[in-house]
Design a protein around this ligand. Sequence first.
Ligand code: PEP
Ligand code: MG
Length: 579
Amino acid sequence: MSFTLHGLGVSGGIAIGHAHLVTATSLEVDHYQIPEEFIAREVKRFDKAVKQVRTELDALEAEIKVSHRGDASADMAAFVTVHRMILEDPSFTETPREVIARESCNAEWALKLQLDDLLAQFADVQDEYLRERRTDVRQVAERVVAALSGQGGVVPEKLRERIEDTILVAHDLSPADVILFKDHQVAAFVTDVGGSTSHTAILARSLGIPAIVALHTARELVREDEVIIVDGTQGVVIVEPDETVLTEYRLKQHQWKLERQKLSRIKTATAETLDGTVVELHANIELPTDLDAVKKSGATGIGLFRTEFLFMNRKDSPSEEEQFAAYRTVAEGMRGQPVVIRTLDIGADKTLDEEISSTAHSALGLRAIRYCLSEPQLFNTQLRAILRASRYGDVRILIPMLVSTAELRQTIAALDMAKAELKAEGKKFNENIQVGGMIEIPAAAIALPMFLKKLDFLSIGTNDLIQYTLAIDRTDDAVAHLYDPLHPAVLSLIASVIRQANAANVPVAVCGEMAGDLALTRLLLGFGLKHFSMHPANLLPVKQRVLMSNLPDIEPFATKILKADDAEKIHLLLAKLNA
Ligand code: PEP
Ligand code: MG
């Protein structure tokens, strides 16, 4: 039976494909009693799941061998070997069977009891290597639970051959899950929860795949393998569409692709308004592999390299050499164009493996620069790597979540120390590397003069600025409707930062999602913004909008919008501005 679901479209485009239900990667399992006569059957169900995971691991290993990913290949193969050893251990294969019989409980619960027991034993282990295997044990258990519920992992082997038409349907996906899709491109994903500027949504846009969040019941209502249409622009999912609807959406999909192709014609054009004002359009990236998309977008620089993604999906922090190699690749790849490398911004929805950081970094907690300053060794490693890469291009440093000058002073001291060390070691770097700050906490925007004097450039992080100004968790779909870039307080802060920075001749960019939102391009231009940074997929549409804009026409609208005090009036004026 065909039906439609509505959510929050967070990445445009249309995908038509087969649903794959993703199991939550947590061990929250039900507990129920199994009648005596069905115990043997439950044990069999458990055995079958273990067997499936064995096959999955074999397939994963085979794929790693084929994909030749250099050093990463050896690491990944080792990880599969460890997982296989854990799976084959009697404490995994035998004990849960005994627990099922002894407790008359379901297999998932037996596995959970055994896992709790194993993890408790690990806590007493002195050997650091063995202690670190806790995460592996948990991951193997998660795989078995997923198999028990009839699912594979996020990207299951059986779907690999037709992964391009696979649409992931999940209750939630973490940014760490989504970054894996860079290797296994799926057609689209939809989730029951999430906000439009969560990092999961941002990654979907950077992958250029349609995505919808906040569907609430998709994971429950959609069945494995059902044909679904995802209209990321409208935020609509159509399940089991009939032939007429399918034909209509195939046509729309074709038109969308044609429009994208047409836009590539302006790739090398200078982004210049009709009155001759040149605008810089830079790209946001998460990994060096994004360089391809940056090149295709015609971006004239990297305005935001979110380095925290180098630290995800792994059990150790990347070494100085590894980070240096990544930053150097990007610097060289951009051939002298600016590359703004943001120091590690973990926290809120961007989490690291608990082996790297056991602290929870809430949005208001030990996040971004606060965390780096509390971990001097980790920060030093990153600063040294960035400095060393600065020889290979126009590398600049960006500090996230600045709120006080004390933080800035400490950061500069840490940078000076890294510089002194490198000098003493005879290693070369750009001694005058520019240091910029993200303005993404209202306090920093309000007390801007104290930063203006000390920073070489500013970048407005509108995602967090909105979150903190309006007290709206950007990942929480329950308050997603209140997350409003057009709130007068938000607009007033953004306009004031741009005005003050322009007056002080300090370059200022916007690198939050507002920079890539076509509906806001003219408004930001009207505020005096000359520098945008966005994910590559949005760059050409924004450039087209810039080419069709005339500043003298726009500015009076922007002034009126700033003075407007109710939402309806603001939307009306914005519609006129974009007409
Ligand atoms: C922002 O907050 O606007 C920003 C660009 O940083 P992030 O989205 O990574 O928090
Ligand atoms: Mg931010």
